[in-house]
Ligand binder design. Sequence first.
Ligand SMILES: Cc1cc2nc3c(=O)[nH]c(=O)nc-3n(C[C@H](O)[C@H](O)[C@H](O)COP(=O)(O)O)c2cc1C
Length: 180
Amino acid sequence: MNELTRWLRAQPSLVGSPPPLDLSTLPADPVALFDTWIRHACDAGVAEPRAMTLATADAAGRPDARTLILKGVDADGWAFAGPRSSGKGHELAENPAAALNFWWQPQLRAVRVRGPVREAGAEESAADIDGSPAAALHQRGDWTLWRVVPERVEFWQGSPDRRHIRIVYTRDGDGWTRGV
Ligand SMILES: Cc1cc2nc3c(=O)[nH]c(=O)nc-3n(C[C@H](O)[C@H](O)[C@H](O)COP(=O)(O)O)c2cc1C
C-alpha cells in the first residue's frame, strides 16, 4: 500500500449527522420526498444542494460522469441543461438514458435517480438560456434542456452506527412501488 492510500484510508468518512426520518409518513411519490429533502438540505446550510453528478454512457457502453446543476423537478422528471455539442450531448444522442446522484454531506443524505432521458422542446431550452449566465455564452439552438424520466429513485441516509436507511421508489405503471 502506498503512502497516499494509507493517508486516504486514515481520513474520516460518514461524519455528518442524519436528521430524524419518520419512515411511517413517507409520501407515495419520490418527487415529494425529494422536495422535502432538498429544501431541508438548503435550510441546514448545505452549500449548493442543486449540484449533482450526471452519468451517461456512449453507444459502446463506455460510461462518463460530470457535475451539473439541477434545473427543475416535476412529474416529468429531473431537468438539466448544457450544450448539445458537448460530450454529454453526444452520449445522450447515442444512448438516451442517464443516472443522477446528489450527496448532501452534512446530513449524510444521498439521492440517486435513473431512467431514460427526454429532450425538452426548443422553447424550454431557450427559456433556460435566458435564465442562466453560463448558458448565455452558448449559441441558441445548441443549449439544450433534458430530463431524466425517473424509473428508480433511491433515498439513502447514512448513520454513524452503519445502520443506513435506503428508501427505493420503483415506477409501477402510473404510480410507484416503495421499499425500505
Ligand atoms: C458545480 C458545477 C456545476 C456545473 N453545472 C453545469 C451545467 O449546469 N451544465 C453544463 O453543461 N456543465 C456544467 N458544469 C461543467 C460540467 O461538469 C462539465 O465539465 C461540462 O458540462 C462538460 O462535460 P461533458 O464533456 O461530459 O459534456 C458544472 C460544473 C460544476 C463543477
